[in-house]
Design a protein. Structure first.
Length: 100
């Protein structure tokens, strides 16, 4: 059986898990996902992004660089499945880490 996430301890943790879940949906290349809504809701205009395939860090592309990464992903990968095991927020760097 798949592991389940622990119940959120407070409203902030619940919000972070909801954001993490939305970001994971961007990897669901077979689904009809509202990419614009997720990107606008979850990424700041000057956001950077790093995953095992690509990094936009240091390129000063902001949200549009993140959008480009997920747009091209749909052409590179025919199918994907992401299981969210948890999320950790680092307020000092305004970074959300996903445990997948």
């Amino acid at each position: 059986s798949l592991p389940t996430l622990a119940a959120p301890r407070d409203a902030h943790e619940l919000h972070m898990l909801m954001v993490a879940d939305s970001v994971c949906r961007l990897y669901d290349v077979g689904a009809n996902v509202d990419m614009d809504r997720i990107l606008n809701d979850c990424y700041s205009a000057d956001a950077s992004f790093t995953d095992p395939l690509v990094s936009t860090r240091g390129l000063n592309l902001g949200r549009e660089g993140v959008r480009a990464q997920f747009s091209i992903l749909r052409f590179m990968i025919a199918e994907s499945e992401i299981v969210l095991h948890g999320a950790k927020y680092d307020p000092s760097g305004n970074v959300l880490y996903l445990v997948t």
